[in-house]
Structure formats: structure tokens, C-alpha cells
Unconditional design. Structure first.
Length: 142
């Protein structure tokens, strides 16, 4: 005589497990999303700071004026000497952030001092995460 063993789960047990999993995920996803947004904005701020520092170093090394253009509509930051573009990076697309600025450009003179840097702030935003990169009157990045 054969006995059938009943192994497995009932539909009710599976529904309960799926429901509990959905509740836990709905609680956990928003904080994780905020953390990812903050990480993206922080990385974008690091990229902008690096671009500004690079522009200043190029001006000092080459004994020539170097300009930095910030295009807030496309999110592109360009480092140029005269009309020659030395470095360009699409910060907005690379990090999925919106780029805002108080001025559209600044120039580092051959001594590394910023012209047009007074009150230059570059705001990087992704949903609720925001970071601002400041450029001092002397051209230093904060």
C-alpha cells in the first residue's frame, strides 16, 4: 500500500509570505533610494570639484588663463583655454543629477586666482538630495 506524503506549501502560506515580503520592501525601498540619491549627488560634487581643481592647476602650470563653463541645461562642465576645450564632462548625465549655478563661468588667471569666482555656487540635485560646490574669491573650491 502506498502512502502519499504531502510536502510543499499551500497557496495561503505562499500568499502570506509574498504579502509580508511586499510590506517589508515597501518600507525599505524609500530609505535606500534616498541613500542612492545622496551618493550620486556627492559623486557629482566630487567631479565638479575635480574639474575646477584641474582648471586651476592647468592655469598655474601653463601660465595662461583657463576658463570653466557650466551649462546648467545640459549639465556639462567644460574647461577651456581660449577657444580650445581641454576637458568636458557631462555631470548631469553621468550622475543623473540636475546642475544649477549662480554664474555661467569663471576664469582662472595664470596665478591660479579666480576671476568671476565671487559668489559662484554650483548646485547639484537629485530628488531631495542636494549638494553645493562653492568657489571662493581666490578660486579655491569648497
Amino acid at each position: 500500500m502506498r502512502r502519499f506524503s504531502r510536502e510543499g506549501y499551500t497557496i495561503l502560506e505562499l500568499v502570506i509570505v509574498v504579502t509580508i515580503s511586499a510590506i517589508v520592501l515597501s518600507i525599505a525601498i524609500p530609505p535606500c533610494q534616498r541613500m542612492l540619491d545622496r551618493a550620486s549627488v556627492h559623486a557629482a560634487a566630487g567631479d565638479v570639484g575635480a574639474m575646477l581643481s584641474t582648471a586651476r592647476a592647468i592655469a598655474l602650470a601653463g601660465h595662461a588663463s583657463v576658463g570653466v563653463d557650466i551649462d546648467s541645461t545640459s549639465g556639462i562642465v567644460r574647461v577651456r583655454r581660449g577657444s580650445e576645450i581641454l576637458v568636458a564632462r557631462n555631470i548631469g548625465q553621468a550622475h543623473g543629477v540636475q546642475v544649477g549655478r549662480t554664474r555661467d563661468s569663471l576664469t582662472y588667471d595664470p596665478r591660479g586666482l579666480g576671476r568671476g569666482a565671487a559668489n559662484l555656487s554650483i548646485m547639484l540635485r537629485r530628488r531631495t538630495a542636494v549638494e553645493t560646490v562653492f568657489v571662493s574669491r581666490l578660486g579655491r573650491v569648497r
